[in-house]
Ligand binder design. Structure first.
Ligand code: NAP
Ligand code: GCO
Length: 263
């Protein structure tokens, strides 16, 4: 019998008050996991707790900035002492800045790298030692189409997500011997607050040009929903994927396989 259960496991999903992280955490709870999440503002943690409660999930929320190593180490210690050993980590927290590279300041570039790449390093480094003591664990890094492709205005984001792909492979390489599996999920274009600007209805009532572009680039001819990522994430968090390591699972409706619909 293939084991997709997360019963008895504790999952930390970063940046999971809403969006993709929230959808993954809900799916993990449905598979039996205890949910722990963080956000950088108490008001968003509270909003997230209310949303989990509305979904019938007793989640545990903490204020923690994934770029702050002291806060992350304190979070992991607190969770381990008061809730349980972290068996599953999803490095989901992330930002994007859409600015032409030559107009982007070094500080803006650094901020994206800090949250989208340094953050996953800091959090993974904080949870791995106890995973080793517990005999293993699961780490899932949320990568992107931009782990493989570039486009105008997202240089920092693509650099971060490309780096996150290789950090995923390196964690798999370095800690696979301790029964830790580290894989990535590469979502396609998903309808969340992060991509809302790309889907805004135009003043004349037409779809945003980028919205139309993505529909033409996606064989499924639709944007993904955060829930489309839930099954792949439960698979990578469960014993069913114990021999999958260093893999980036693209959940993109076929974008990476497709040249695009002829205009
Ligand atoms: P989102 O709606 O913008 O949510 C991002 C979450 O991360 C928010 O809860 C945000 O909290 C949190 N966050 C930001 N900086 C943080 C920090 N320093 N410490 C802790 N939490 C922080 O994004 P999303 O669309 O759900 O995306 C989630 C992940 O999937 C990101 O890594 C993103 O790059 C990736 N992704 C998204 C898509 C897509 O099409 N949407 C596709 C591929 C990959 P605040 O609200 O407080 O800022
Ligand atoms: C963008 C989008 C993308 C998505 C996602 C695609 O501006 O191109 O925000 O980067 O967020 O990363 O996989």
């Amino acid at each position: 019998m293939v084991d997709f259960s997360l019963k008895g496991k504790t999952a930390l999903v970063t940046g999971a008050s809403y969006g993709i992280g929230f959808a993954l955490a809900k799916a993990f709870a449905g598979a039996g996991a205890t949910i722990v999440f963080n956000d950088i503002k108490q008001e968003l943690v509270d909003k997230g707790l209310a949303a989990y409660e509305e979904a019938g999930i007793k989640a545990h929320g903490f204020v923690c900035d994934v770029t702050n190593e002291e806060q992350v180490n304190a979070l992991v210690e607190d969770v381990t002492q008061s809730i349980g050993h972290i068996n599953i980590l999803v490095n989901n927290a992330g930002i994007i800045k859409r600015i032409p590279m030559c107009e982007m300041t070094a500080e803006q570039f650094r901020q994206v790298i800090d949250i989208d790449l340094n953050g996953p390093f800091i959090v993974a480094k904080a949870v791995i030692p106890d995973m080793i003591r517990q005999g293993g664990g699961k780490i899932i890094n949320i990568c992107s189409m931009m782990s493989e492709l570039g486009r105008e205005t997202v240089s920092a984001y693509a650099a971060a997500k490309g780096g996150l792909k290789m950090l995923t492979k390196n964690i798999a390489s370095e800690y696979g011997q301790y029964n830790i599996q580290c894989n990535g999920i590469g979502p396609g274009y998903i309808a969340t607050p992060q991509t809302a600007p790309l889907r805004e209805i135009q003043p004349d009532g037409s779809r945003h040009p980028f919205d139309q572009f993505i529909l033409a680039k996606t064989p499924a001819s639709r944007w993904g929903e955060a829930e489309d990522l839930a099954g792949p994430a439960v698979f990578l968090a469960s014993p069913a994927s114990d021999f999958v390591n260093g893999h980036i699972l693209y959940v993109d409706g076929g974008i990476l396989a497709y040249i695009g619909k002829q205009p």
